[in-house]
Design a protein around this ligand. Structure first.
Ligand code: ADP
Ligand code: ADP
Length: 232
């Protein structure tokens, strides 16, 4: 479902070229949850942004459901991106819009009718447990609730893949656990494939089937989460 092949991403900086992602290979099958762990500056964020081409790789292939996005036409890229949702550390909600509208606005932009929008907003708000908060504004919500809005907004577009960029890093441990439980639930019930990046071991331990360790842009280790944590 997701295949990264020899992905390299370089940036031109003042004092030369920075190789943020260096020859990375990743393969995630449908329905799996894979995690990339590494310290700050390891290249995690750049790597995950290559998956939906928010960053265009300098070289290598990004194959989503058999289509190499680095060679895709604008229309193919648009279609593939529609299958890929993304959530972020700082939620990226519209502060001036209610929970309802935060979920509804992208759906309206996609051309869904008023009735379809309302059905989807209610369905996904219920899945994330926010039915009672539809009329609230983001500043009236806890961090965990804000992330739930972002998850509902993402799910409402019915993606096959969810990318998580440090989605629990701004949350306390208890809230982190509840968001990870929600991610597990949507993986199991909706069959959504998840690729996440994190600097937190417990995130990997709790939900990932497979883990990659990223250091200075390179994958230095990859294994099932169980093997990684039980070997001497
Ligand atoms: P992480 O998410 O693991 O903290 P990043 O992907 O943000 O790592 O960064 C990896 C490396 O790439 C860092 O050295 C960072 O400074 C560099 N980098 C990231 N984005 C840019 C950019 N737009 N321009 C120049 N350098 C960048
Ligand atoms: P619009 O007129 O903006 O196309 P609607 O007539 O569907 O959209 O809804 C008007 C506004 O009422 C929405 O933008 C939203 O802020 C709010 N709204 C609609 N349904 C709900 C709901 N179930 N809970 C909370 N707010 C809602």
């Amino acid at each position: 479902m997701i295949q990264l092949q020899s992905v390299v991403k370089q940036f031109e900086a003042k004092n030369g070229t920075v190789t943020a992602v260096d020859q990375v290979d990743i393969q995630v099958k449908k329905g799996e949850i894979h995690g990339v762990i590494g310290y700050s500056g390891a290249g995690k964020s750049t790597l995950i942004r290559c998956v939906n081409l928010l960053e265009r790789p300098t070289s290598g292939k990004v194959i989503i459901n058999g289509v190499d996005l680095t060679k895709a036409s604008p229309e193919q890229l648009r279609q593939s991106r529609q299958k890929i949702g993304m959530i972020f550390q700082h939620f990226n909600l519209l502060k001036t819009a209610t929970v309802y509208d935060n979920i509804a606005i992208p759906l309206k932009l996609l051309g869904y009718s008023k009735q379809e929008v309302e059905e989807k907003v209610k369905k996904y708000a219920e899945i994330v447990g926010l039915t009672e908060k539809l009329a609230s504004y983001p500043n009236q919500l806890s961090g965990g609730q804000k992330q739930r809005v972002a998850i509902a907004r993402s799910l409402s577009q019915e993606p096959e893949i969810l990318l998580s960029d440090e989605a629990t890093s701004a949350l306390d441990p208890e809230t982190t656990d509840s968001i990870l439980d929600l991610l597990l639930e949507i993986n199991e019930k909706l069959g959504i494939t998840i690729l996440l990046i994190t600097h937190e071991m417990n995130v990997i331990q709790k939900i990932c089937d497979y883990v990659y360790v990223l250091e200075k842009g390179k994958l230095v280790e990859h294994n099932t989460a169980i093997e990684l944590f039980t070997k001497p």
